[in-house]
Write a protein that binds this ligand. Structure first.
Ligand code: BTN
Length: 232
């Protein structure tokens, strides 16, 4: 992948910027990275806020040749690439909380380190990640002081480029599954119109979460998952 990186001291949202570029026909591989976002977007309509210079805030514009139902694998590739890059520039070895949050910390009490948001402008897909580098909001965690955001960006883009160029989506799915700390955990799944609990049994080859609810296995392709303590 030939990345073209555009840097911003301040922007409303790197995802918004690339979605507009996608509508204008910008090619695969355009990257937007910002020191600060004034209207950073999070999943499920939430906002994503961080003080200037404290985080890696980056989005990529991709035109993946994948059926819509397999596009989860692109965001999975972002999470896998970011986890590897974090491990290369710090002592933190993140895991993944399904679908694509990076988490770190003591086993069973991991906190959020990074989040991924994908937005489609089909056939383009814009996927952005925010990694807490030198600051974390309450209840979350960060890589720690002294981590070089440029080295983190380079490591992330080179790993992501390698995964996308290989086009081996089965390998992406298995790397994502290997890092996924949700598997085996008691979970609460919050869907738009329903909430249920169960045990996360696996992640399938398209990146969907399989939850054992006792009577059957439920397949979750989008939603919010909360890790429960075993007693909950
Ligand atoms: C989440 O809610 O966990 C996803 C957060 C995604 C934040 C990143 S920061 C870079 C990119 N631009 C945005 O506006 N959001 C994503």
């Amino acid at each position: 992948m030939d990345w073209e990186v555009r840097r911003f001291a301040e922007i409303d949202s790197t995802n918004r910027y690339l979605l507009d570029e996608a509508r204008r026909g910008a090619p695969d591989g355009l990257v937007a990275v910002a020191d600060h976002q004034t209207a950073g977007r999070g999943r499920l309509g939430r906002s994503w806020e961080a003080p200037p210079g404290s985080s890696l805030l980056v989005s990529v514009l991709l035109r993946p040749r994948l059926p819509v139902e397999r596009l989860h694998l692109v965001t999975a590739a972002l999470a896998v690439a970011a986890a590897g890059a974090c491990g290369a520039v710090s002592d933190v070895r993140p895991g993944i909380k399904w679908p694509n949050d990076l988490v770190a910390g003591p086993a069973g009490a991991e906190a959020k380190l990074a989040g991924v948001l994908a937005e489609a402008e089909l056939p383009a897909l814009v996927a952005g990640i925010g990694v807490n580098v030198a600051w974390a909001p309450p209840g979350a965690t960060c890589l720690g002081p002294g981590v070089d955001r440029d080295a983190l960006l380079d490591g992330f883009l080179s790993r992501l480029g390698g995964l996308l160029d290989a086009g081996d989506w089965a390998a992406v799915a298995s790397a994502h599954r290997r890092l996924c700390l949700t598997i085996g955990r008691r979970v609460r799944v919050d869907l738009a119109d329903e909430t249920f609990t169960g045990t996360a049994a696996d992640v399938d080859d398209d990146g969907r979460l399989l939850v054992d609810v006792g009577a059957c296995i439920r397949t979750v392709s989008a939603g919010d998952v909360v890790h429960l303590r075993p007693v909950d």
